[in-house]
Design a protein around this ligand. Structure first.
Ligand SMILES: Nc1nc2c(c(=O)[nH]1)N[C@H]1C(S)=C(S)[C@@H](COP(=O)(O)OP(=O)(O)OC[C@H]3O[C@@H](n4cnc5c(=O)[nH]c(N)nc54)[C@H](O)[C@@H]3O)O[C@H]1N2
Ligand SMILES: Nc1nc2c(c(=O)[nH]1)N[C@H]1C(S)=C(S)[C@@H](COP(=O)(O)OP(=O)(O)OC[C@H]3O[C@@H](n4cnc5c(=O)[nH]c(N)nc54)[C@H](O)[C@@H]3O)O[C@H]1N2
Ligand code: SF4
Ligand SMILES: [Mo]
Length: 867
């Protein structure tokens, strides 16, 4: 069975042959040609029903699906009748399928009559949408993945594609290996894994990208960089260029804190190469000037005519598997369906197509405003689907409080426990990947099928079905009578062509007559797909015709760089983002032991001098504080950071650690044009923690450890491993945990070191190791003892010691695909493996998805320096 990966916007094709066999990459899928990254290859491990939300609940009590849906509909009805349609809202996700999204949007904007449907794409792609719309008159990404292979210069800005878009990245790595003359310039305040193959890395001051690109535009004008044949197709040229004039290389160097030589090298390359591809992601979008940052990049491609040709163009990478699909159906509060806006003509068109009098006439609440309205009590009912805002929204603590006080919170979820599900009055079980059935659109506008191949867990239902059932109960039966997602897709395709006549970029009208069989067999295809292009379109704007009424594209004056947010109380700047093996709030990837091996704890990466200034070393635990709250996790030293800047991953939640949700620290300031929050820059300070003891705890089940300075959990085989840091008496602390007092205890104490094993009928039920420092324990050895209890006294003794009598330690796992640890890799390097290829030949590491290659290289070079 062929389907699509549910994680990132690369949109890789996946083949599933049997439920218990590993998944593999689809060799025919144009996005990945058979490759998968480690998250994709471990998808099979997420197919378990453990931890799934299996049935509906109202106030924590199991109810029938009918009772839950009746309750949701009657409460929505009651609130709408009393307070009007503006008092209800949906908050969705770029991980919903297009059919789910279409249904949610149709119900809220078409029939409830408010536009209060926004999604986590507001945190992700909103600035890119505004950028493209302002420049092209349409939210249309002009490029495709083949351009990765055909570019002469790739500019990667505000994107760590090596970790966040790994398979697309591997295409780039391969292309550069085949054509070493291909240039890669990375623009990112941090030196990331994506800098590994870069010819130039511009570690600019955070928030200063607009100055760098304004300077580029100005420099191009003075160095014969303008494509004169492009000028008739552009408006706003003079005013934009005038606004860029002040940005000479001296001013840019100062604003960006870069040296002039590097800046000029970038600008010269951009001018000299005919095929330039700029790729960008959250470092550009999640900024107070996010939309203007996008236009600054688009300006440069438009003025030089580096667009609409192979190997060329401004390519915004989408994050989520179906962020693009959401944009197509109008899944944001400031757009209507099928790339329409709120003009009277468009509202009327939609009213006729949907046969509804009740269409929303004005934009609704965007995510930040939506949660503010919930906080004020203006919005009294919210249905959250496929997203975890208590973790991922800025000012997470306020969001959580607002949800706690909201009259009706409905959450459709796949996992039983999530930080947001805690606030649900009604929980609806949603079908997960493998169960749900529909379509997604990836970064390159390619629509692919996600097909169902396994039976739903418990009573889980498709998100579109849950929505349509509530719509029917609200009295809109005829408009929501679909029996199968193919019918929704056909309606969506028909709407895209309805009175379009070339005015709207999103047009898949050729698919409107699709039958269920054709839908089941639909091959991946790029929009537009219409009468002119029945089998899809790889690139847009080859003819230089744009979607503004005059057919031209628009340049936009640049924004000023974001001003430095640090101050004397909060002198450090915190950047946040992704790590290679985790997906967002970890509700799925956090439960796969293999994916927890790369980083198994929340960490703060620090420049060595910042760490030293705070008396912190690698491995210490610390707090990070902002004006809004504090976070705790472990220090890791990172030479790739600029002084004064630190990096914290976005992933950890209350399900996995005590106080490691970074969005509790991030303020809700945003780009005024897109409403996208500036999640990458927060002023913070460090407050080292001084625990009396640190240690490890293994238990067969999940607990929430009380009263500690710091804890974090990682699943390991069938057990849970906790790393702990505390201040009270460690032995007494352990004994307060429920259920432990009945165990038979074996104990070893030497000074302040304490090792305890708890047994129940000969089976290991708890293992606990503490010391004033974090003790070195063989994790694998201890975890295995839970499934194979040691039978000899010597073995029990070794277990109490926390390591086999003679044993090896694996260290941090660098290659997740083959589970190869740092210790083995260090040994192999010491024995002469001096390249990733040699390591691959010796240990297999790096030979599957390749995403550990940057770290292998780094380890080789650091050990060589040390020698
Ligand atoms: N492994 C993994 N992959 C994912 C995801 C995941 O959760 N895990 N999520 C997916 C989603 S939804 C998204 S949106 C994408 C995000 O993909 P990316 O945007 O590539 O990932 P991030 O780590 O959020 O941030 C990218 C980079 O922006 C840099 N940056 C910060 N501030 C600035 C700045 O002012 N200027 C510049 N030029 N750069 C800056 C950061 O240092 C960081 O390296 O990843 C997708 N892929
Ligand atoms: N500080 C900081 N914060 C960030 C970011 C950052 O870089 N820094 N990045 C932002 C970005 S770009 C994004 S995209 C967001 C992501 O943030 P979220 O969207 O909040 O994160 P997810 O963990 O993907 O949440 C998806 C939820 O839906 C559930 N789910 C999975 N599949 C389904 C399904 O089929 N149906 C339903 N109903 N539920 C399902 C999952 O269990 C999970 O609880 O985070 C944003 N927040
Ligand atoms: S690159 Fe993205 S879409 Fe492809 S397998 Fe990895 S997570 Fe899935
Ligand atoms: Mo995202």
């Amino acid at each position: 069975m062929k389907t699509t990966c549910p994680y990132c916007g690369v949109g890789c094709g996946v083949e599933v042959n049997a439920l218990d066999a590993p998944v593999s990459g689809d060799r025919q899928h144009p996005a990945n040609l058979g490759r998968l990254c480690v998250k994709g290859s471990t998808l099979g491990d997420t197919l378990t029903h453990e931890g799934r939300l299996l049935w509906p609940q109202i106030n924590g009590q199991r109810v029938s699906m009918d009772a839950a849906l009746d309750h949701v509909a009657s409460e929505f009805r009651r609130i709408i009748d009393r307070h009007g349609p503006q008092a209800v809202a949906f908050y969705g996700s770029g991980q919903l399928l297009t059919e789910d999204y279409y249904t949610a949007n149709k119900l809220m904007k078409g029939f409830i009559g408010a536009a209060n449907i926004d999604t986590n794409s507001r945190l992700c792609m909103a600035s890119a949408v505004i950028g493209y719309k302002r420049a092209f008159g349409a939210d249309a990404v002009p490029c495709c993945y083949d351009d990765f292979e055909q570019a002469d210069l790739v500019v990667l800005v505000g994107s760590n594609a090596a970790w966040a878009h790994p398979v697309a990245w591997q295409r780039l790595v391969q292309a550069k290996a085949n054509r070493p003359e291909m240039q890669l310039i990375v623009i990112d305040p941090r030196r990331t894994a994506s800098c590994d193959i870069a010819d130039l890395h511009l570690a600019l001051q955070p928030g200063s990208d607009s100055a760098l690109f304004a300077g580029l535009l100005n420099w191009l004008v003075h160095h014969d960089g303008v494509d004169a044949s492009m000028l008739p197709h552009l408006t706003n040229v003079e005013s934009t260029l005038a606004a860029c004039e002040a940005w000479d290389v001296v001013a840019v160097a100062q604003a960006c804190q870069l040296n002039e030589r590097d800046i000029l090298a970038f600008w010269q390359q951009f001018n000299a190469q005919s095929r330039v591809l700029t790729l960008w992601c959250m470092g550009i979008n999640q900024s107070q000037t996010g939309s203007d940052n996008n236009n600054a990049i688009l300006n440069a491609h438009l003025l030089t005519g580096k667009i609409g040709r192979a190997g060329c163009g401004p390519f915004s990478l989408t994050g989520q598997p179906n962020a693009m699909g959401g944009r197509e159906v109008g899944g944001l509060a400031n757009q209507l369906a099928a790339h329409m806006g709120f003009s009277a003509q468009e509202v009327d068109r939609l009213a006729r197509f949907w046969g509804s009098e009740r269409i929303a006439r004005q934009p609704g609440l965007t995510a930040l405003n939506l949660f503010n309205a919930i906080e004020r009590g203006d919005v009294k009912a919210v249905w959250i689907m496929g997203t975890n805002p208590a973790v991922s929204m800025p000012e997470g603590n306020r969001v959580a409080q607002a949800l706690a006080n909201c009259e009706l919170v409905v959450v459709s979820e796949v996992s039983a426990q999530s930080d947001t599900a805690r606030f649900a009055d009604v929980l609806l079980p949603a079908q997960a990947w493998g169960e749900k059935n529909g379509t997604v659109t990836n970064s390159e506008r390619r629509i692919s099928r996600q097909r169902s191949f396994s039976a739903p867990a418990g009573e889980a239902k498709a998100d579109w079905w849950l929505l349509a059932q509530v719509a029917q109960r609200l009295g809109f039966a005829a408009a929501f009578a679909w029996q199968h997602p193919s019918e929704i897709f056909a309606e969506h395709a028909a709407l895209s062509g309805f009175e379009n006549q070339g005015t709207r970029a999103f047009d898949i009208s050729a698919l409107a007559p699709i039958t269920r069989e054709q839908y089941d067999q639909l091959e991946p295809v790029q929009w537009p797909i219409n009468g002119n292009a029945p089998s899809g379109t790889a690139r847009l704007f080859a003819e230089r015709h744009f979607f503004h009424a005059d057919g031209k594209a628009r340049l936009l004056p640049p924004a000023m760089p974001v001003k430095n947010l640090t101050n004397q109380h909060y002198p450090l700047l915190m950047n946040t983002g992704r790590i290679r093996d985790q997906w967002h709030t970890m509700t799925r990837t956090g439960n796969v032991p293999r994916l927890m091996q790369h980083f198994d704890e929340p960490f703060v990466a620090l420049h060595p001098l910042d760490a030293a200034a705070h008396g912190l070393s690698h491995g210490d635990v610390t707090r990070v504080q902002s004006a809004l709250g504090w976070w705790s996790g472990r220090v890791t030293i990172d030479n790739g950071l600029r002084r004064g800047q630190l990096f914290v991953p976005m992933h950890w939640t209350r399900q996995f650690s005590g106080q490691a949700n970074v969005d509790g620290l991030v303020a809700a300031s945003c780009c005024p044009d897109s409403g996208q929050p500036a999640l990458k820059q927060t002023a913070v300070r460090l407050q080292p923690l001084r625990p009396q003891w640190q240690g490890w705890l293994w238990l067969p089940h999940i607990i929430t450890p009380p009263q500690l300075l710091y804890w974090s959990r990682a699943p390991q085989s069938a057990v849970q491993r906790y790393v702990l840091a505390g201040c009270t008496n460690a032995g007494e602390w352990l004994m307060q945990l429920p259920g432990l007092s009945q165990l038979q205890w074996q104990q070893a104490q030497a000074g302040q070191q304490l090792h305890m094993l708890g047994w129940r009928e000969g089976e290991l039920a708890c293992a606990f190791y503490v010391a004033p420092w974090l003790p070195e324990i063989d994790h694998q050895f201890v975890a295995q003892a839970f499934s194979h209890a040691p039978d000899s006294p010597q073995q029990r003794h070794a277990l109490l010691g926390g390591r086999p009598a003679q044993g090896t330690r694996q260290g941090r796992t660098l290659c997740s695909c083959f589970g190869v640890g740092e210790v083995a890799i260090r040994q192999a390097i010491a024995q002469g493996c001096d390249s990733p290829a040699a390591l691959g030949a010796a240990l297999k590491c790096g030979t599957n998805c390749g995403s550990c290659l940057p770290e292998l290289k780094q380890l080789i070079s650091s050990l060589r320096v040390a020698q």
